[in-house]
Design a protein around this ligand. Structure first.
Ligand SMILES: Nc1ncnc2c1ncn2[C@@H]1O[C@H](COP(=O)(O)OP(=O)(O)OP(=O)(O)O)[C@@H](O)[C@H]1O
Ligand SMILES: [Mg+2]
Length: 369
């Protein structure tokens, strides 16, 4: 098996470091503090939540809800109910009848698929609003009389709901009254999370502890990589390791993908020249994803994206040198373009310099003629 995972979580052996974050969050949860977890995209928030759940599963009922793509409170409620059903709750025989009774009470149809996994297709009774279903869900959870942790991943999605302020107030009331439940709210859009949790006029104001994850340290990552290569009786050469650590910016998903590639093509060992050939093909295969970018952006945005990509990182985009190089005429247009690319999550600020969010797009631009 390739130990460098490209998605999901398969236990502590394949999960690198995050020890202090894990301990901090576990301690907070055990002390009845709710958590807001922020980290930019593809850095490892979801995997960290699963890792924390792995440690807490014997003590807590752990519910993981990914609300990406939900557009209203009904979908949110249905998602949370489904996540409850998919949690380790049903594994406990003594809860099964209670779960079925609860599903009946919210008017949900319920089936078990061929793999034995339960799933629910919620059909609300007419008298039920989505808020009622949420109330019923939390009444049900409260009555179970066990300690529960609910992680709501991609929490910023609630800002797309049309009635998000009353919904936030409702959710805030629920979290306040759910004595046996601790929450993790996780997301990747800083300004939205900040507005939900740190804005004085919003219901969730200062109700959670804010935690930010950053990159995994170079030492911890190197140790993890060497351990896995060694145990597969392979060797990773120092310059290859350095190349991967640097050119992925240790942005977890991209580092994992580069390591996964190396592991898959390297028999015992591989030098940098050979690896670069594989890496080049790997990047060029992505052309299909990138070919539509010019149509999705204004001309200036695309030019700028390419200029940053070719350069790698840009500390000061309004320097006269970069203005000339990028062909953007004034500092104020540059500000506008930079902000629009930040908004679109096409670039990010990392270690005080701008770079492309998608590390592989940077390499694609660099390889283009
Ligand atoms: N500590 C880690 N050790 C090893 N692999 C990790 C670690 N954290 C995350 N990964 C891997 O990195 C990739 C991205 O992680 P994950 O999906 O958790 O990021 P995310 O921050 O939730 O991203 P998104 O914002 O897109 O939801 C996955 O392939 C995951 O398996
Ligand atoms: Mg995630």
């Amino acid at each position: 098996m390739n130990p460098f995972l490209l998605r999901g979580y398969k236990g502590p052996d394949f999960f690198c470091d995050r020890e202090s974050e894990t301990n901090k969050i576990i301690t907070a949860l055990k002390n009845e503090q709710d958590i807001t977890l922020y980290g930019y995209r593809r850095l490892g928030k979801s995997a960290l939540i699963k890792h924390i759940f792995h440690h807490l599963e014997s003590e807590f009922t752990c519910i993981y809800a990914d609300i990406w793509g939900t557009t209203n409170v009904e979908e949110f409620s249905k998602n949370l109910i489904n996540s409850t059903i998919h949690s380790n709750l049903l594994r406990k025989k003594r809860f099964r009848d209670k779960v079925y009774d609860f599903l009946k009470s919210v008017g949900a149809s319920f089936k078990i698929d061929a793999d034995g996994n339960p799933s629910v297709d919620v059909i609300y009774k007419e008298r039920n609003t989505a808020f009622d279903s949420l109330d019923e869900l939390f009444t049900f959870i409260r009555k179970l009389d066990v300690s529960v942790i609910i992680a709501i991943d991609e929490f910023q999605e609630i800002r797309n709901y049309s009635n998000h302020v009353p919904f936030e107030a409702k959710l805030r009331a629920i979290t306040q009254n759910a004595g046996n439940v601790q929450f993790i709210f996780s997301g990747s859009e800083k300004h939205l999370l900040a507005d939900i949790f740190t804005s004085y006029r919003m219901p969730f104001y200062q109700s959670t502890r804010m935690m930010t994850i950053d990159k995994i340290s170079e030492d911890a990552y190197s140790e993890f990589i060497n351990r896995h290569f060694k145990s597969a009786k392979k060797e990773i050469q120092t310059d290859v390791l350095e190349f991967i650590m640097q050119s992925s910016y240790r942005h977890t998903f991209y580092a994992q993908a580069m390591l996964n590639l190396l592991f898959s093509v390297s028999k015992r060992t591989m030098d940098l020249t050979e690896y670069m050939k594989h890496f080049k093909n790997f990047i060029l295969e992505k052309a299909v994803y990138y070919s539509e970018l010019p149509e999705l952006l204004t001309k200036q945005q695309f030019i700028m994206l390419k200029a940053i990509g070719k350069q790698g990182t840009i500390a000061n985009p309004t320097s006269s040198e970069f203005l000339i190089q990028s062909g953007i005429k004034s500092a104020s247009s540059m500000h506008r373009v930079v902000n629009s690319l930040l908004d679109k999550q096409l670039i990010l600020k990392d270690d005080d310099a701008y770079r492309l969010y998608d590390v592989f797009l940077e390499h694609y631009f660099k390889m283009e003629k």
